[in-house]
Design a protein around this ligand. Sequence first.
Ligand SMILES: *[C@@H]1O[C@H](CO)[C@@H](O)[C@H](O)[C@H]1NC(C)=O
Ligand SMILES: *[C@@H]1O[C@H](CO)[C@@H](O)[C@H](O)[C@H]1NC(C)=O
Ligand SMILES: *[C@@H]1O[C@H](CO)[C@@H](O)[C@H](O)[C@H]1NC(C)=O
Ligand SMILES: *[C@@H]1O[C@H](CO)[C@@H](O)[C@H](O)[C@H]1NC(C)=O
Ligand SMILES: *[C@@H]1O[C@H](CO)[C@@H](O)[C@H](O)[C@H]1NC(C)=O
Ligand SMILES: *[C@@H]1O[C@H](CO)[C@@H](O)[C@H](O)[C@H]1NC(C)=O
Length: 342
Amino acid sequence: MFPLRVPLLVVLVSVALCQYYDYDYQPHSMQGPSGPNCNQECDCPFNFPTAMYCDNRKLKFVPVVPTGIKYLYLQNNQIEEIKAGVFDNVTDGLRWLILDNNQITNAKIAKGTIDKLTVLEKLHFSYNNLTEPVVPPSKSLDELKLMHNKLSKFPSGLLSDKENLTSINLQHNQLTSDAIGGAFKGPKKLLSLDMSHNKLKKLPAGVPSSLEILYADYNDIDSVGAGYLNKMPSLQYLRISNNKLVDSGLPAGVFNVTSLVELDLSFNKLQSIPEINEKLEQLYLQANEINKFDLASFCKHITPVNYSNLKHLRLDANNITHSSMPPDSSNCLRLLSDVMFE
Ligand SMILES: *[C@@H]1O[C@H](CO)[C@@H](O)[C@H](O)[C@H]1NC(C)=O
Ligand SMILES: *[C@@H]1O[C@H](CO)[C@@H](O)[C@H](O)[C@H]1NC(C)=O
Ligand SMILES: *[C@@H]1O[C@H](CO)[C@@H](O)[C@H](O)[C@H]1NC(C)=O
Ligand SMILES: *[C@@H]1O[C@H](CO)[C@@H](O)[C@H](O)[C@H]1NC(C)=O
Ligand SMILES: *[C@@H]1O[C@H](CO)[C@@H](O)[C@H](O)[C@H]1NC(C)=O
Ligand SMILES: *[C@@H]1O[C@H](CO)[C@@H](O)[C@H](O)[C@H]1NC(C)=O
């Protein structure tokens, strides 16, 4: 099994490594009947003959892939083109295709290559020159990584039969809200969607209700639709930092849902603290224009059994100081272990 990385780790990895060196994990070794032939440009380890390593060797083309290969590593080359026929012997065998950090454009992907891969589970195609998404016909796809490309469109329905897709990475592209309308309908098991560093004006519409992680940092979002989060009863981690959120763009109680554990609204233009649910544990509001501390944002009723679960609160770089906290805050914010004002 491939353990689903805990979100904190996702944070650390994405911050520290930009989610780049992401293929450190190895598939478990498969017992092939006999080692397949290996393309002479690449290495196929004797004890792991279904994997072909062609990474880091200045390749200009995808080499012909021999029968039996299931895991194909082509990252960090100078590949510009995927020629017809290279996958002909693995169309119903290839499970992982790692193409990160090359220079592939859509126009140079021949017909009958990726569009013939029927059992692909992971497609890592980040740091390339794609302007449109590349999606194989495989219904088994579980990971689609297309970050750091030049995507400006994502046609509706492209993922409609991807019943096992759990994670989509589209950060650092040029996608607008119009361009992704209907893009995410279909994958009923989707857990994680990263749309950071794009050109969205609102949070993505029509995302599956299974979603647990939604990142939309660094876009042009100025509002969140009333009831938006009610359609995602499993959402735990929501990040909308570095956008253009203003108070008037947030309907009352829009973030007051019990599933959320972490909410990042830092680097926006909020002047007040939005209402949050008692279950929320981490709230990031640094670098806004907040000028008052309203305890009712955290607790509407304070009783021995009703209090906020908030543990970490950042309010630094706002127009507010520690003295703005009302004296009875500690009854509501009983679990707060870490609050930052400057
Ligand atoms: C592809 O399959 C054909 C038919 O089985 C075989 O003759 C050929 O050698 C294979 N090519 C590679 C590169 O594996
Ligand atoms: C890919 O994009 C990079 C950066 O924009 C550019 O320098 C390079 O020429 C492009 N390569 C191709 C094959 O389009
Ligand atoms: C989806 O995943 C389940 C559980 O791992 C598996 O049994 C099923 O065959 C997969 N579906 C497809 C189309 O690969
Ligand atoms: C959040 O919603 C619940 C249930 O609808 C409500 O009782 C509570 O007062 C709200 N909390 C805040 C801080 O508005
Ligand atoms: C207060 O706590 C009680 C008991 O846990 C719960 O039934 C009630 O819904 C809570 N009220 C609010 C406003 O959260
Ligand atoms: C900051 O808060 C003070 C005191 O509430 C107020 O007088 C001042 O106008 C505020 N400044 C800004 C930039 O909102």
